[in-house]
Ligand binder design. Structure first.
Ligand SMILES: Cc1cc2nc3c(=O)[nH]c(=O)nc-3n(C[C@H](O)[C@H](O)[C@H](O)COP(=O)(O)OP(=O)(O)OC[C@H]3O[C@@H](n4cnc5c(N)ncnc54)[C@H](O)[C@@H]3O)c2cc1C
Length: 385
């Protein structure tokens, strides 16, 4: 058992419930098990498996099963219990749980010493429409069969595919699709609809120049300053954000990557404990995309931050349950981010945002980061901080 500074365990066992089995939830689970043998963990998640979602765009090359880690396997590996359920969370429930130290799932009452909220960011659920796909569709079916089954129904020689959203997810899907179409020898036009004036706005400006040059090479049309308003049959409804002019263009398949909603995100103090109306709930911790810490560390919605917050709150839960109760503040800053541009190219920054890396070196960094997370899921922690 690894040693944790300022943690002197008390005598009795500690009961922890983790709500959400994504990057943050998995990290809390593995970190608790790394430092303590006297912790009983219950994981609540509506799915049957953990999804390594940072690889989702790669399902144009690999089966979706490669990205799924069944919770039943994790139960055996870490000696925890998984309950397949979705918990309704709001401010009133959080206050109630803090005071009761139990929650109800169906007919079962689950007692806890600590509750962890790690439910991720909520994605917008657009009105269902024919010829429109969203991230949720790719979470259920791999990219290659999904795209092929849609294209089979289109009776034109050169169909048009529109990708809406020029954040990291939209761009990663765009380039994977382009190269998938080349491999499959499918003739189709690909266009990017972007509400902003450049792509990947949350990253250094060098990302935009690199991506633009690659889009030209791959003959991907880019429509900046363009608002998506919907899809009807085989047409996409758009608005030019500068002139306000509405437009309709052919689109036989439209893929929406519109980012996450800013709802269901709770504030926390620098130790990761939820605060409701400025009042700390000392036995309820939060991590990942659903949290904003009042701290010096990064609140970016990324797997990196989710993992670092997860590690921190696991350590703080143990310290809080022990004799000293000295907690550690959240100070983590992301040390890089890489965006894939298909199987053989990527653009990213490393150490400082001015240090931009592209091509194979960027791909290698991404591989290392992903391998580190895979090891964590095996119970091997290689993170230095
Ligand atoms: C295609 C793609 C590529 C990405 N690439 C990168 C990357 O390269 N690097 C990077 O740092 N980040 C990347 N990200 C972002 C990263 O995946 C997220 O920031 C990260 O998953 C957040 O982790 P989380 O644990 O907060 O949420 P999630 O991983 O989304 O997990 C949330 C979990 O909570 C469960 N849940 C939700 N609601 C409830 C409920 N009410 N009750 C119980 N359980 C619930 C869900 O089923 C899910 O298992 C990428 C995202 C996508 C979509």
């Amino acid at each position: 058992m690894a040693l944790l500074p300022f943690y002197i365990p008390g005598k009795r066992r500690t009961n922890v419930i983790i709500v959400g089995g994504g990057y943050a939830g998995m990290t809390v689970l593995t970190t608790l098990k790394q430092y303590a043998s006297n912790v009983d963990i219950t994981l609540i998640d509506p799915n049957t498996h953990h999804l390594k979602i940072t690889h989702l765009h790669e399902t144009f090359r690999y089966p979706l099963s490669d990205l799924r880690v069944p919770f039943s396997e994790l139960e055996k590996r870490f000696g925890c219990r998984h309950i397949q359920a979705s918990l309704t969370i709001n401010d009133a429930m959080l206050r109630q749980w803090q005071s009761d130290k139990y929650l109800a799932i169906g007919n079962e009452i689950l007692h806890f010493d600590y509750l962890v909220i790690a439910t991720g960011g909520e994605m917008p659920e657009p009105e269902p429409a024919a010829n429109v796909l969203t991230l949720q569709d790719f979470m259920r079916t791999a990219g290659s069969p999904l795209l092929l089954s849609h294209l089979e129904t289109v009776a034109v020689e050169e169909p048009v595919i529109s990708v809406v959203g020029a954040g990291a997810t939209g761009i990663q899907f765009l380039f994977e699709i382009r190269q998938f179409l080349c491999r499959q020898k499918i003739s189709a036009r690909l266009r990017l609809i972007n509400a902003g004036d450049h792509v990947l706005t949350q990253f250094p400006r060098g990302f935009d120049s690199y991506v633009q040059s690659r889009m030209q090479e791959f003959k991907i049309d880019c429509m900046p300053n363009t608002q998506y308003h919907g899809q009807t049959d085989q047409k996409i409804l758009l608005e030019d954000k500068q002139s306000g002019k509405a437009d309709t263009l052919p689109s036989h398949l439209t893929l929406l990557f519109l980012g996450k909603k800013q709802e269901h995100i709770w504030p926390a103090n620098t130790f990761g404990q939820i605060t409701i109306d400025q009042k700390i709930l000392p036995h309820i911790f939060i991590a990942g995309d659903c949290s904003i810490y009042n701290a010096l560390g990064s609140n970016v919605q990324s797997a990196q931050s989710a993992v670092r917050k997860g590690k921190l709150i696991a350590r703080n839960i143990l310290r809080h349950s022990g004799l000293l109760k000295i907690l550690e503040p959240y100070l983590h800053h992301d040390i890089g981010y890489v965006v894939n541009l298909g199987p053989t190219d990527a653009v990213g920054w490393l150490v400082t945002q001015g240090n931009i890396v592209t091509g194979l070196p960027a791909l290698a960094i991404k591989e290392i980061v992903e391998a580190q997370y895979d090891l964590l899921l095996m119970g091997i922690d290689t993170y230095v901080i």
